[in-house]
Design a protein around this ligand. Structure first.
Ligand SMILES: NC(=O)C1=CN([C@@H]2O[C@H](COP(=O)(O)OP(=O)(O)OC[C@H]3O[C@@H](n4cnc5c(N)ncnc54)[C@H](OP(=O)(O)O)[C@@H]3O)[C@@H](O)[C@H]2O)C=CC1
Ligand SMILES: O=CCCC(=O)O
Length: 293
């Protein structure tokens, strides 16, 4: 199967490499074109623009940072819309809001093409290992065509119906994840500042009802102050912001998520946006612990 791949950041690079490893013919494009070279070394071809990739490939996947990047790659000069049409499919796996996804879907359908949104749960390592969870929605025929690729990229694909449902599901999941990361950070800080060992707290958590892979993976590196980005904090804050907007639209009160978003915003304001999202610990650790009053 031949696919185009737009966006070679942390996730896109791992996903495109995985497709190549499994025998897919892949034509890649990235805004910073030099980043394509690593994929060329693995056997990829390069398209000079998103339009050139879509012209060459029947199916094109995108993995881009945010709504503005997702829109730009489709609607701007040399973008996807210039070459999409009958018999071609576009699959956006970026995390965006439902309105962005709907706008892209409508434009592609108007040109006769097919569209699926397919954001993913799982980070850099699951992307490298083909263990993502795919949250797809939109054109069911295109979804079925993409199953061989989804089977390589992920351990499970959900088809959630109409466009927007994949985007919304992803935002709900990441809203919960961001709030959990804040709770863990506050817990580590509280343990530390009240004379307990944060490492022992991690050991206790790992044996109880709230044990989870994220605490187990991130906890030890947080205690070392090591935040090599798997999931950049700026993207987690974007997801909190989009999830809170979804809450606004539906009159859903989310005080925990709102407080967590403030901590991620604060972290961004301190220049931590390109670090892993677990660096929010630096903000919460700094917020307490000046000793007993
Ligand atoms: N990292 C993770 O753990 C996960 C991330 N996601 C989501 O996947 C998406 C990608 O994440 P990730 O790979 O981590 O992000 P990165 O920041 O590593 O990569 C972002 C990609 O988007 C491109 N890009 C940014 N702005 C534009 C623009 N205006 N026009 C064209 N291309 C642009 C970048 O190009 P350039 O190289 O030129 O900057 C790069 O290829 C995001 O939506 C994120 O929320 C989902 C699950 C997990
Ligand atoms: O959007 C990023 C999700 C990261 C994860 O699921 O571990």
């Amino acid at each position: 199967m031949e696919v185009g791949f737009l966006g070679l950041g942390i996730m896109g690079k791992a996903m495109a490499a995985n497709l190549l490893r499994h025998g897919f013919r892949v034509t890649v494009w990235n805004r910073t074109l030099s980043k394509c070279q690593e994929l060329v070394a693995l056997g990829a071809a390069v398209g000079e623009t998103p339009a050139a990739v879509v012209a060459k490939c029947r199916y094109t996947i995108a993995m881009l940072s945010d709504p503005s990047a997702a829109l730009s790659v489709v609607f701007d000069k040399d973008g996807v819309l210039e070459q999409i049409g009958e018999g071609k499919g576009y699959v956006d796996m970026s995390t965006v809001d439902a309105a962005t996804s709907c706008k892209i879907s409508e434009a592609i359908k108007q040109k006769g093409g097919a569209f699926v949104e397919a954001p993913v749960s799982g980070s850099k390592k699951p992307a490298e290992d083909g263990q993502l969870v795919i949250l797809a929605a939109g054109d069911k025929v295109l979804y079925d065509d993409m199953v061989p690729a989804f089977d390589v990229l992920g351990k499970k694909s959900f088809f959630l119906g109409e466009i927007g449902n994949g985007a919304k599901m992803k935002l709900v999941v990441n809203m919960i994840m961001g709030s959990m990361m804040n709770a863990l950070s506050e817990g580590l800080s509280l343990a530390d500042n009240s004379g307990l060992s944060p490492q022992t707290l991690l050991d206790v958590l790992d044996l109880g009802a709230i044990a989870n892979p994220m605490f187990k993976l991130k906890g030890p590196s947080m205690l070392q102050g090591s935040y090599n980005p798997a999931f950049p904090l700026k993207h987690q804050q974007k997801d909190m912001r989009l999830a809170l907007a979804l809450g606004d639209e539906n009159a859903v009160s989310m005080p925990v998520a709102a407080a967590s978003n403030e901590a991620f915003k604060k972290a961004r304001s301190l220049g931590l946006g390109d670090l892993d999202f677990s660096a929010v610990y630096e903000v919460l650790k700094g917020a307490g612990g000046s000793g007993k009053a």
